[in-house]
Design a protein around this ligand. Sequence first.
Ligand code: ZN
Ligand code: ZN
Length: 85
Amino acid sequence: MGESVKPENLSELDYAPTCNFKACAQTATSWITFHGCNEALLCDQHRQVGIAEMNMFLGMGVRLKCVVCGKAFETIGSFCTFRVL
Ligand SMILES: [Zn+2]
Ligand SMILES: [Zn+2]
């Protein structure tokens, strides 16, 4: 009587991949790989933000530079690949 029982079943903590963008806690919907250098999980919103940013840079004539290998890419398709989860 009065003894507390700790739950051993933690199934409430179902695994759901969340967006890797800073403090974003939304469920990730796509997986992005950067030509083998890096990878990240992104939610719908941040995938769109990322694509819009890359298009903006390319539109200004700025190539997409990888912070890992230092190579510059002229198209989004050669820089990174999106896969829907
Ligand atoms: Zn996000
Ligand atoms: Zn790279």
